[in-house]
Design a binder for this molecule. Sequence first.
Ligand SMILES: Nc1ncnc2c1ncn2[C@@H]1O[C@H](COP(=O)(O)OP(=O)(O)OP(=O)(O)O)[C@@H](O)[C@H]1O
Ligand SMILES: [Mg+2]
Length: 396
Amino acid sequence: MRKDRGHFYRPELVQKFADDITGQNPFSDSSNGLFLSGPRRTGKTSFLRNELMPALSNYGYLVLYCDMMNEPGYDAFNAFKVAVSRTADAIGLSGLIGAGGMGFNEIKVPSVGTIDPKLIAAIDFRTVETALSDLRRKVSKDIVLVIDEAQLAMTHHNGNAFMAGLKSARDQMRSDGQQHLLLIMTGSDRDKLMRLVTSKNAAFYGSQVQEFPLLDERYIDFVCKLAEDFTKVQMLDRNKMARAFELFEHEPQTFKSALSTILSKRALGSETVVRIETQMVDMAIAQRLALIERFQNTVKALPPLQQAIVTLVAEKGENFEPYTQVSLDYYTRATGEVVTPSRVQKALDKLRADDSAILWKSHQGQYALQEGAMARWMREGRPDEISRSGRLSKRT
Ligand SMILES: Nc1ncnc2c1ncn2[C@@H]1O[C@H](COP(=O)(O)OP(=O)(O)OP(=O)(O)O)[C@@H](O)[C@H]1O
Ligand SMILES: [Mg+2]
């Protein structure tokens, strides 16, 4: 595969995860499933697709990728069929099982991919377990199944059954102390991904969710060098640039486009005496401030009971329970009115009502804030620079 010049590669991270999931590291539990959470836009999908998945293919695994983000209705079974169909087609399995050629009858799935019904018919698709075992037999390879944004599957009515099927497949496809089905799941929200492993009836109860390692100072150095080489700017102060990256929520794309905006303005002659690093930090603060203001306005606009619920969900994370006496007492204290379970029920429904819903609910009745960044802001407040700038009064 051709390397992307703008992508910062982390071969040591690839090696670590590969060792963990393939059982080379005897201290890791990841051969039972690797669960990775990380905030939005921090490079999870790019890492999987550009780095980890190609490496695992090179090791000889058949790698299937389920993109839950682009799956209408978040139906994991369908995303799985698309993944099998796409991969099987890519590796020429259609020829192997006699399904290719003329008259290829594809079902178009909007914006997602295509499912070849002959291919699917040629694989024993009664359940996710039968499909995976049959596929493994046909390709004579062990399988890695990647589910990106796995928590989305849990909002669909078949999500739990799908996860239970995967766990069963994983257990059945273990022999001679070797795991023949490896599972990797990511989520852009730790609170939500945790639901797959913390609740007693969750399929992967007891597994650990790991934080996806954020890009670090080596990435900052990589981008600074690109800028210094490409535009012949002065040597950039790595510490200040790292602080800007942090304030940009460790999002590589945002960081790079801010730098690109500043560099183009300079190239067009609107050069200022302000150093690039300072401009970067200022841009990051302005962006963060706008985000916090949006969160503040959203929370302020809610009726008192909904505000109290949102605050409690943010504080408690996966331990939030809407109707316990402790929670009811909390709402009563916060609103100054006696709050009954039926009022809580109505408020919860309202918070999930439309596309801009503030609250997320799994099919098993667990709650989290839709936006992980909002939960983080409510728990942690704002960074020092923004408080010092005095541009915002204290949190509501
Ligand atoms: N290692 C990297 N080097 C350079 N740029 C990167 C790297 N990883 C990600 N990016 C850039 O950041 C953007 C966001 O990355 P990506 O979509 O992989 O993040 P994500 O964590 O999966 O986000 P989401 O939560 O939206 O799914 C990408 O468009 C890519 O341009
Ligand atoms: Mg992603």
